[in-house]
Design a protein around this ligand. Structure first.
Ligand code: AR6
Length: 169
């Protein structure tokens, strides 16, 4: 299993699945969600309408349509409310459920954005630690996934993830 970081627009990555930091409606929004819907095309919204939304900490799968990725895993991160409102457990659940649903579809490579750290306001240092710890501790349960990419939009986010991954190796 390879865990790596990359600074990129996640919609351009040629992996089997990319993860979307969505909201509970699954009907699109700003940030990475908006970028994914724009790049995948209108068929994505049609499929999302059939899913009946998604709870915080859970994940649902669609096709990737016009993306290089075959699948999109839509997960809903917690809004940061100070950290005592279940945010760490809910964020960890996003990573666990996204990996599990993708692994069940025989996904070999998957890329995550930094869930909840944009519009939802989760502090990057805290969120990245949960992301790295949760992916690392999920490895033993995965059958198909061989590569996990933490796709960072900014150079400062990339630094945070790289530091955490180096500390583990
Ligand atoms: N590729 C990779 N990462 C990106 C991209 C991209 N194209 N665009 C933004 N990011 P956010 P959230 C990064 O706000 O905090 C939406 O409206 C961004 O820099 O997209 O979970 C949804 O519908 C940040 O590091 O997601 C929800 O309502 C990370 O992606 C709400 O935002 C997550 O930022 C979800 O908020």
């Amino acid at each position: 299993m390879i865990i790596r970081t990359q600074q990129a627009d996640i919609t351009t990555l040629a992996v089997d699945a990319i993860v979307n930091a969505a909201n509970s409606s699954l009907l699109g929004g700003g940030g990475v969600d908006g970028a994914i819907h724009r790049a995948a095309g209108p068929e994505l919204l049609h499929e999302c309408r059939l899913l009946g939304g998604c709870k915080v900490g859970e994940a649902k799968l669609t096709k990737g349509y016009r993306l290089p990725a075959k699948f999109i895993v839509h997960t809903v991160g917690p809004v940061w409310r100070g950290g005592a409102d279940g945010e760490p457990e809910l964020l960890a659940s996003c990573y666990r459920q996204s990996l599990s649903i993708a692994d069940n579809q025989s996904v070999v490579s998957i890329a995550f954005p930094s869930i909840s750290t944009g519009i939802y306001g989760y502090p990057i240092e805290l969120a990245a630690r949960i992301a790295v710890d949760t992916v690392s501790s999920s490895i033993s349960r995965l059958i198909n996934i061989q590569e996990v990419v933490f796709c960072c939009f900014s150079a400062t986010d990339l630094d945070v993830y790289q530091r955490l991954l180096q500390a583990r190796s």
